[in-house]
Design a binder for this molecule. Structure first.
Ligand SMILES: [Zn+2]
Length: 493
């Protein structure tokens, strides 16, 4: 059974699925795995007739705790303040919208049907007031979970809350030390974190209506409790043993007294065995991924492997993308089984018609002239667009070729047998059918007693300037007959 069907097999009653992301940087292709997995579960449950909601939060009350190199000058002063209060990197708008608009677009492209909400709005509208009151009243319980999980003493004057400093606006630098049932006592520390400096101010303030935010793990548990979330997975960075996901799950159980959501820890995409990282330039952004994969195939990539397995995806100079297209075509032919189910769940709206040509062949066609008709016949116009991008940006050198406008200098390396072969082939170009012609090209080499490898190489050398290429018959037929005839004659002299 497909992993997602299995996971949801025993789920009963109405369901609330949630996922979240911090809008403070580019959207990595790995950042789409969570949204696609959750959306797939949403789709399955809806299909089974469950009452189900799917919400997705932009965690914009988090402090800005790091910046891309190009922003360190202009945005250094915003380190420590909540994302929702910083201006956009360039020109108009907010920091949050600058980054989250990309995610919103990707959601549209991938048909992810989540209701998006902003954490800052939940805080400002008082939706989290009850949870804030609860964690402050039960601070001891939170301390105990922290102490258990981290095996260290948590001081009695530590409270699970950080106020947005009314003086300097930073949230990453503050601590709450007391709670009287109405107001918290806070201090904004100069040296609390390395990446931002607080103002040193202190005072009392109401913790409600957006004045403060709960620490990440506490907020996670509070969210599950407030909205009755029943399903929420987490990527490996949070879901490792004893990590934030475990802490949040223990908090919701021990402090709030409710069951944690269905656990779905998921692994990363790897790039040559390493975790993809935008800061190290390893891997692809979500936008780049959708330049070379259709939305359906991108979704297929995210779910075809069970989430507890890492997926290697270095597309540069490899055949990983053509292979993915091959897998997708195979899944379409299978009709049943895990791959077929993954394909079914990857569809957007109408079921996509699968082209009859392999992606690797399509990648050759897009490099040849006059192949539009062939591409159309194979129903591959949409995939041809992706094949072009693949050839331009990712394909290994041996997959690329270009018909040379002039006789390439490499023809000097042709043997007299190869020249003889080309001269003979020049007289046999009156053909229509590529399959038959391919056989004929091969037969001719046998007739002339020249190894077929040398025969084919001679064709490629005089047309492409290299000793290998796409299927010769298709290549020749894609070109103007007179041009080929003349080229073969020239080369055979
Ligand atoms: Zn301050």
């Amino acid at each position: 059974m497909f992993w997602a069907d299995k996971l949801l097999e025993s789920v009963k009653g109405p369901q609330v699925i949630n996922d979240a992301w911090t809008p403070s940087g580019i959207v990595h292709m790995g950042g789409l795995k969570g949204p696609v997995i959750h959306d797939t579960l949403f789709k399955i449950l809806k299909g089974k007739g469950h009452e189900v909601k799917f919400t997705f939060g932009f965690d914009d009350m988090d402090a800005i705790d790091g910046l891309p190199q190009e922003l360190t000058k202009t945005h250094g002063k915003y380190l420590g303040i909540p994302i929702c209060n910083a201006p956009a990197p360039h020109g108009q708008g907010s920091f949050r919208e600058y980054y989250s608009s990309t995610m919103r677009d990707l959601f549209k492209d991938l048909d992810i049907k989540a209701d998006i909400y902003l954490a800052s709005e939940y805080y400002r509208k008082g939706i989290y007031n009850k949870a804030i009151q609860f964690v402050l009243d039960n601070a001891d319980g939170v301390r105990k979970v922290y102490a258990d999980m981290y095996k260290k003493e948590i001081s009695k004057d530590w409270y699970p809350l950080q106020v947005v400093c009314p003086n300097c606006g930073k949230v990453g630098t503050t601590e709450v030390n007391d709670w009287d049932g109405k107001e918290v006592t806070y201090i904004c520390r100069k040296d609390k974190v390395e990446w931002a400096q607080g103002c040193g101010g202190s005072g009392k303030i109401s913790p409600f209506d957006g004045n403060a935010t709960m620490p990440f793990k506490v907020e996670w548990a509070a969210k599950w409790w407030t909205f009755g979330v029943t399903i929420e997975g987490a990527g490996k960075d949070h879901a490792s043993s004893g990590g934030t996901y475990d802490v949040a799950r223990k908090l919701v159980k021990d402090v709030f007294g409710v069951e944690p959501p269905l656990a779905i820890p998921y692994e990363f995409f790897l790039y040559d065995g390493h975790k993809m990282s935008s800061s190290k330039g390893l891997g692809l952004t979500g936008e780049k991924l959708l330049e070379v994969l259709s939305a359906q195939i991108a979704r297929f990539l995210m779910i075809k492997t069970p989430p507890n397995q890492a997926v290697e995806f270095n597309p540069h100079q490899t055949l990983i993308i053509p292979k993915l297209y091959d897998d997708y075509q195979k899944a379409a032919a299978e009709k049943e089984g895990d791959f077929a189910r993954a394909l079914e769940l990857s569809q957007i709206g109408e079921v996509e018609k699968i082209p009859s040509v392999r992606f690797s062949v399509l990648a050759q066609w897009v490099q040849m002239p006059n192949t539009e008709e062939e591409i159309k016949k194979a129903g591959a116009q949409k995939w041809a667009k992706y094949a072009k991008v693949w050839v331009e940006k990712y394909a290994p050198e041996e997959e690329k070729f270009e018909v040379q406008k002039k006789l390439p200098s490499q023809v000097d390396s042709l043997s007299s047998d190869q020249k003889k072969y080309l001269a003979a082939l020049a007289e046999k170009l009156d053909v229509k059918n590529a399959e038959d012609f391919q056989t004929e090209i091969y037969e001719l080499s046998k007739q002339l007693g020249i190894p077929s490898k040398d025969a084919f190489a001679s064709i490629y050398i005089c047309l492409l300037g290299k000793d290998h290429g796409p299927k010769a018959a298709w290549l020749i037929l894609s070109l103007d007959k007179e041009f080929v005839k003349k080229r073969f004659e020239e080369a055979s002299k």
